[in-house]
Design a protein around this ligand. Structure first.
Ligand SMILES: [Zn+2]
Length: 113
């Protein structure tokens, strides 16, 4: 186990996900919360392929985010269209009633005059 060079506390192994060091393991002092900022690489630099793959996944993550935003916009649009459809259904029912009453009135008028 690697101990902290600053305070002698144990370290834990973490994984970097920065663009420059994707997937690279490093030691981190467990007392970091109490102010010790010791970190040291546990392995050599990330290979070019790892950095390239990381960039690719970063770009994909942005695309996913764009699609999620588009899905939210579309969901909102669907909600608005559903409200419009409901309003139109109410108007249609009202017009049907008016038409029905006008026919009843017309037939009554023709029959009794
Ligand atoms: Zn420390």
């Amino acid at each position: 186990m690697v101990v902290c060079a600053n305070c002698g506390s144990p370290t834990i192994v973490k994984t970097s996900w920065t663009p420059a060091n994707p997937g690279r393991k490093f030691f981190c002092c467990i007392t970091r919360c109490r102010g010790c900022g010791f970190v040291d690489w546990a392995e050599g630099p990330s290979c070019e392929r790892a950095i390239e793959v990381f960039r690719h996944f970063g770009a994909l993550a942005y695309q996913v985010k764009d699609h999620e935003e588009e899905a939210l916009r579309m969901t909102s649009e669907i909600r608005q269209l559903q409200e419009q459809a409901l309003g139109m259904a109410v108007k249609y029912t009202r017009l049907k009633m008016i038409l029905m009453f006008s026919w009843v009135f017309f037939i009554s008028y023709v029959a009794f005059h």
